[in-house]
Each structure stands twice: as structure tokens, then as C-alpha cells.
Design a protein around this ligand. Structure first.
Ligand code: GLA
Length: 402
């Protein structure tokens, strides 16, 4: 079990342990040391939900949960992929053939990345053996899939001895998710995993596709992530359906981009759209506004002031966008109920929704108490055991020394 409370010191025992295990697995399977170690973090989003595909802003951070990949060239035209999470499902991918989704399914994220390199003219890739290891809770809305893609792209860069422009790398990984995992996602998750920075949030302008680090150095505030253990499948249609509804709304409003739309513009065409589409649009407009305000507050060192914006974001996702669920609502309401006197500065669902995790900002000296209370009250109310941990904001994808 990994340490539950992540302090903001320079030591990172959680990551060191993960890397040590990776090297042990690689040596056990291949009897040698790897040539490359590639690393990519999962992400949590502070605010700006379901607006990355609406030209909005998002404000994620990398979290201290990673995908790590160890690899060595094998002189063939095959990639032999071994996942420590699914050790009985190894994958062999032919690198001199066109990539298509296949079995085992987990390898599709990586096939999608190979396909992206092929699309950029890197074909065929040299053969290699790789072991993939991770400590990210799966299906928890923390973008484990983006972390696999970004770690795989970082590994391929290492094998080829090249570095592609970080923005293009993130877009290549987003393409993999869309084309090979079938989720019509926006750019947030892959950009977060690439551009994450120690003690920073990343303000991503999803229209210009620019990422800007926003310092989050206030050590008196910690991020707590609570995985409800209710897990979603974003490829099951609900995500695509929300996306479609925002497109319908924008076409009725008649503007090029959501960035130009105000509540007055929406209200002017209220009669022309059904009530559901109206609410979806209201979420997009208000969330874009909230995220900009939150980024200003964090950049002025006033992170403690984003609590009300986080609450408004959650209510909007619950009532207008309808991507929350009773377990997410329960977890958030417990945090709200603990409140400022108990050390909670703000709480909301994070990520795609329909299950997954919440993010809560907590006074650092109260973290253990708040986590214990959230854990016991959530379990009491739902009968489900959650996974709750605190995290610092960590660096984005990179190659590591052995
Ligand atoms: C998922 C998608 C992202 C984003 C979020 C919701 O994580 O992959 O692109 O749309 O949902 O904010």
C-alpha cells in the first residue's frame, strides 16, 4: 500500500518505490537493465470541467501517481509489451504493419501512440521490449489512459533519440485516445500529463492550445483526492452525448466559438432550444468564466478563495451538465459539511464524471483528520470503501535516469 499522506518535501518515496518496482520487474522478465525509463503523471483538474472541447480553459495539475515504462531495443520489428497490472495479458505489436485496435485492449493506448508516430513519418519504429507499471487508480477519473499514452510517447522519443515539440506530443496522444480508445475527448488530460509542473497548476487555453504554469506554492494548502470507487466508462456514449449537445447549442447560438458567447447570447435564443440543451450551454458559459476567475485567484496566491467557485462548478456539473452521480455528490457534500472550520477550503467532482474522484483543497495541518472523516462518512453512507490520498502537484512527462 502506498503512503497515504503526500508531504510537499523534495523526497518522493511513493515515486521512488514505483520506479524501484519497475526496475525489478524489468530485470526479472528480461534479465537485464532497461535502456530507457519513461514517466508520465496522472492529473487532477482543479476547475474547468467538460469545457476543454468547448474552447474553454482548464486548470489541472499533475499528481503523484504515475505510469512508468522501462524499455530496451530488441533488434526485431516487434514491440513486446508487458503490463504489471495485467501480467496475464502480454501484447506483441508488429511495428512494420499498420496499427489497428486489437487485443489485449489495454495495449490500444500504446498502439494509438505508435500510429501517431507513423502519421508523423516515423515508420517503422525499432523493435523493443517494455514493461509498464503504474500506481494510478484505474477508472478513477484521474486520466490513467492519458498517462499511459504520454509515457509511451516519451518512451518512443527515447528509442528514436528525438524530442518532439511538447504540444505536438500531447496532441499525438489525444489522437491515440480518440482513434484507438474511442473517446472523443478534449486536450486536457494529455496536455496536463505533458505540461504538469512541480508546485504548479497548468492553465490550458483550449482554443489556442497554450499551456501556462500557475504557481501553487502555498504549503499550508494540500490537495486531497477521493476516489469514490464507482467507475465509469467514458466510451459508453454519455461523454460523446454531452459533447454533441454543446455542439448543437453553439450552432443555435450561431457563434464560432464558446469564447465569444455570453449568457445574454444564450438567453436570446432560449426559445429555440430544448431545456436540456439550454442547461448544457449554461454550464459551458459559466464554467469558462469560473475557471478564468479561479486561475487569477491562484496566480495571486489566493488559492483559498476558489472554494466558492469549486462549489458552483460542482453544482453546475450536477444540475446543468448532469455528469455527477450520487456517490460523487455524497463525497463532495461530506467535504462541504466538514467546512472551513474543519479545514476544507473547497471540493468538487473532477474529471469526466459518472463516478471517479473528487478534489478537495484542505488546510495542510488538517489533512489527516479530513481524510479520515471523509473515508468513514462516505463508507457509512454508501457502503463503498473509497480510496483517499493527498498529493502535491508534480512534474510532467520525462525520461529518467536508472
Ligand atoms: C475526460 C476527457 C477530457 C475532459 C474531461 C472533462 O477526462 O478526457 O478531455 O473533457 O473528461 O473535463
Amino acid at each position: 500500500m502506498y503512503q497515504q499522506h503526500d508531504t510537499m518535501s523534495d523526497d518522493n518515496p511513493i515515486f521512488d518505490q514505483l520506479k524501484k518496482e519497475l526496475l525489478e520487474h524489468f530485470e526479472k522478465i528480461h534479465g537485464m537493465e532497461p535502456f530507457i525509463i519513461a514517466v508520465a503523471p496522472a492529473r487532477v483538474n482543479l476547475i474547468g470541467e467538460h469545457i476543454d472541447y468547448c474552447d474553454g480553459f482548464v486548470l489541472p495539475a499533475g499528481i503523484n501517481r504515475h505510469v512508468v515504462i522501462a524499455a530496451a531495443p530488441n533488434g526485431t520489428s516487434e514491440a513486446n509489451l508487458h503490463s504489471t497490472m495485467l501480467p496475464d495479458q502480454p501484447a506483441t505489436v508488429m511495428l512494420d504493419e499498420p496499427q489497428t485496435p486489437g487485443q489485449p485492449k489495454w495495449a490500444d493506448y500504446i498502439r494509438g501512440v505508435f500510429d501517431g508516430f507513423c502519421d508523423k513519418g516515423f515508420w517503422p519504429l525499432p523493435g523493443f521490449d517494455a514493461v509498464i507499471h503504474a500506481n494510478i487508480p484505474l477508472g478513477a477519473g484521474l486520466s490513467s489512459s492519458a498517462a499511459i499514452e504520454v509515457a509511451a510517447a516519451t518512451m518512443v522519443e527515447g528509442l528514436l533519440g528525438i524530442e518532439i515539440n511538447p504540444k505536438n506530443k500531447a496532441l499525438l496522444c489525444q489522437r491515440a485516445e480518440r482513434k484507438f480508445a474511442g473517446v472523443p475527448c478534449g486536450i486536457m488530460d494529455q496536455f496536463a500529463s505533458v505540461f504538469a509542473k512541480n508546485d504548479h497548476f497548468v492553465l490550458i487555453d483550449c482554443r489556442s492550445e497554450e499551456a501556462q504554469p500557475i504557481p501553487f506554492t502555498d504549503k499550508s494548502i494540500s490537495m486531497v483526492i477521493a476516489d469514490t470507487n464507482v467507475h465509469h466508462e467514458l466510451s459508453d456514449g454519455a461523454y460523446a452525448n454531452r459533447r454533441k449537445q454543446t455542439e448543437i447549442a453553439l450552432s443555435i447560438i450561431g457563434k464560432e466559438s464558446w469564447r465569444e458567447v455570453t449568457m445574454d447570447d444564450l438567453d436570446a435564443v432560449k426559445e429555440e432550444m430544448n431545456e436540456v440543451v439550454y442547461r448544457r450551454a449554461r454550464h459551458v458559459i459559466t464554467e469558462i468564466d469560473r475557471t478564468q476567475q479561479a486561475a487569477i485567484a491562484v496566480s495571486q496566491g489566493k488559492t483559498g478563495e476558489v472554494g466558492e467557485m469549486m462549489a458552483a462548478s460542482h453544482r453546475s456539473l450536477r444540475d446543468d451538465f448532469e455528469v455527477s452521480c450520487k456517490e460523487l455528490d455524497a463525497m463532495v457534500e461530506i467535504a462541504w459539511d466538514i467546512g472551513i472550520d474543519g479545514g476544507v477550503l473547497g471540493s468538487r467532482m473532477t474529471g469526466g464524471g459518472f463516478g471517479g474522484s473528487t478534489i478537495t483543497l484542505v488546510r495542510t495541518e488538517k489533512v489527516e483528520e479530513v481524510m479520515a472523516e471523509m473515508r468513514s462518512r462516505y463508507q457509512e453512507q454508501t457502503g463503498i470503501k473509497p480510496q483517499i490520498f493527498s498529493t502535491r502537484a508534480v512534474d510532467g512527462a520525462r525520461q529518467e535516469e536508472r
